[in-house]
Design a protein around this ligand. Structure first.
Ligand SMILES: Nc1nc2c(ncn2[C@@H]2O[C@H](COP(=O)(O)OP(=O)(O)O)[C@@H](O)[C@H]2O)c(=O)[nH]1
Ligand SMILES: [Mg+2]
Length: 175
């Protein structure tokens, strides 16, 4: 069995927090050694996930560039997404604080599955978990993961969990 339409997952956050590397690691199972071009506007990728019972889920990942000048068009572009993935880099604390801005322009967090991820866990820097909990409660964020595109920590788990959560909701809606 497979989902009838791909689930749309949007990944947002400041420039250079590691969004494209996270997606690349998940989709191609490797860290982009040569470096990625900086994302201008957005990129998108499709991936088919195979679950334990051999059913599949197709996800469509939209990687938003993160340039402030594009933030205004973000709501249009994310209008029909099923999942929102907010990413920040704990070695640049302001990238966490700026997620408030992202979610404010987004404005439909009650209609999507929302996760927050910190990137670059291999660098060994973290952010106060209380702050993250506060953010999650305020904005209806379902899960938090620490990830690294270098080691692969949680890079599959994030997308799998999100796809399953979306599937759960869409099955409830259609039954
Ligand atoms: N140490 C480390 N560096 C990373 C990781 N992910 C991305 N980077 C680096 O962070 C920079 C920005 O990454 P990129 O994926 O282009 O960020 P984006 O602008 O959010 O898409 C690049 O120099 C990457 O090599 C990670 O998990 N660990
Ligand atoms: Mg990018």
């Amino acid at each position: 069995m497979s989902n009838e339409r791909p689930f749309k997952i949007v990944i947002a956050g400041e420039k250079r927090v590691g969004k494209s590397s996270l997606v690349h690691r998940f989709v191609y199972e490797q860290f982009p050694l040569k470096g990625l071009y900086s994302t201008v506007g957005f990129d998108f990728t499709l991936k088919t996930l195979t679950l334990e019972d051999d059913s599949t889920i197709v996800v469509h990942i939209f990687d938003f560039g993160g340039e402030p000048r594009f933030r205004n068009i973000f709501p249009q572009y994310a209008a029909d997404c099923d999942g929102l993935l907010l990413a920040f880099d704990p070695s640049r604390k302001e990238t966490f604080n700026l997620l408030h801005e992202w979610i404010k322009v987004y404005g439909r967090e009650s209609e999507s599955v929302n996760f927050i991820v910190s990137t670059k866990s291999d660098l060994g820097v973290s952010i106060d978990p209380l702050k993250i909990n506060e953010f999650r409660n305020k904005y209806n964020i379902k899960e938090y993961f620490q990830t690294s595109a270098v080691t692969g920590e949680n890079t599959d788990e994030v997308f799998k969990k999100m796809a399953l959560a979306i599937q759960n909701i869409s099955q409830k809606k259609s039954s």
